[in-house]
Ligand binder design. Structure first.
Ligand code: HEM
Length: 339
């Protein structure tokens, strides 16, 4: 990841500029009382979440395509291609949220997606409307599943063009270990696979990155002590040109613990499985590991509801770890929490 640090630092600077511009453009709310006026005038950044999503998209684009796409440049300065990619990503996110949280018609009627055009003989059947005609009509109405596929197809085409440009050019791009170079060299992976993988990364990396930063900002905003300590570490890092930031890392881990962006991991059992208490789960059961619940239980983390980044730091966190039955701190640090 060190390879991407300078580029991500540039993106962070662009994000800060965009946030400052959005804050400056916002009209401060009329104060009903002089004491109600925030000291910096306004204090609210309209569209903050959207800016974080754009930064997430820019970071993932940089990591996957070794290219700056300019999503933070503002709508009018963005290239037409970046504009189209952004529209498709937004459309894809909206459709996938509707598919996940809306009435899931698409699950029960998946065969109605993109049906074949009705054959002539279907039009003269005895029935008023044959199933083929019904599906043809449904196809003409907006549906989240159809939108999902349309936006994903658009993304595949648009991102595919960027991949083609990159892989087609003679220039040596990025580092040897960049994601695109690794995909390019992977045996048995052809260009279509590279494009599909990059599209997956881009769609997987936007809201996850954006929401994680959003939660972290919200938590640090509510914790002045942690904020000051973090600021001191960052200032020192800058002065001494260091990359190592143990408290920053601990803050990120504590944010993931309290507000995990993805709060559960799901698996479908391949075989009948006995779990604790003698319960037997049949084959094909969906099992959820809900780590947000586990992360807030006192037997796993002492003072579980409190924001205490130092629990992730040795030796500071050891006393806290000793105070609970099965401290998950060490196990998490050495197992699945790699970022
Ligand atoms: C803080 C940010 C992120 C969080 C919290 C997050 C979380 C997750 C989770 C919980 C899974 C499911 C893992 C499983 O079921 O085993 C997952 C899968 C995945 N994520 Fe992320 N992710 C993040 C960022 C990203 C980014 C930036 C990318 C791409 C560059 C990405 C690409 C993927 C892919 C491709 C998968 C599927 C992996 C597989 O099926 O083997 N994620 N992510």
């Amino acid at each position: 990841m060190a390879h991407y640090a300078p580029a991500v630092a540039h993106i962070s600077e662009d994000l800060l500029r965009a946030v400052a511009a959005a804050a400056a453009a916002a009209t401060p709310p009329a104060a009903t009382h002089p004491a109600a006026t925030p000291p910096s005038g306004g204090g609210e950044v309209p569209g903050f979440k959207e800016l974080l999503y754009l930064a997430g998209l820019e970071v993932v684009g940089q990591i996957c395509l070794d290219a700056r796409m300019g999503f933070l440049d503002g709508e009018e300065r963005m290239s037409p291609r970046a504009r189209l990619i952004l529209d498709s990503v937004r459309g894809y996110q909206t459709a996938s949220n509707r598919a996940m949280y809306g009435v899931p018609m698409w699950k029960w009627l998946p065969e109605w997606y993109r049906p074949p055009p009705p054959k002539k003989k279907e039009t003269v059947g005895k029935k008023f409307l044959s199933p083929v005609w019904i599906s043809y009509i449904i196809q003409r109405f907006p549906g989240c599943f159809r939108d999902l596929m349309r936006h994903k197809d658009n993304l595949y085409r648009l991102i595919g063009e960027v991949v083609d440009d990159k892989l087609g050019s003679e220039q040596v791009f990025g580092e040897e270990n960049s994601v695109l170079n690794q995909l390019r060299r992977a045996p048995g992976v052809d260009r279509r696979d590279v494009k599909a993988t990059v599209v997956d990364y881009i769609t997987a990396g936007v809201e996850t990155v954006g929401n994680s930063v959003l939660f972290a900002v919200a938590m640090l905003a509510a914790e002045p002590g942690a904020r000051r300590r973090l600021q001191r570490e960052l200032d020192k890092q800058q002065q001494q040109q260091q990359q190592h930031g143990p408290y920053l890392r601990a803050c990120a881990q504590e944010c993931f613990r309290l507000y995990p962006t993805a709060c559960q991991i799901a698996r479908i059992l391949e075989e009948e499985t006995e779990v604790c208490g003698g319960f037997v789960l049949p084959r094909h059961t969906v099992v959820l590991c809900h780590h947000r619940i586990a992360a807030r239980q006192e037997e796993n983390f002492a003072r579980a509801e409190e924001f205490l980044p130092e629990r992730w730091m040795a030796p500071e966190g050891e006393e806290l770890a000793r105070r609970c039955d099965r401290s998950l701190v060490r196990r998490i640090k050495t197992s699945f929490m790699k970022f």
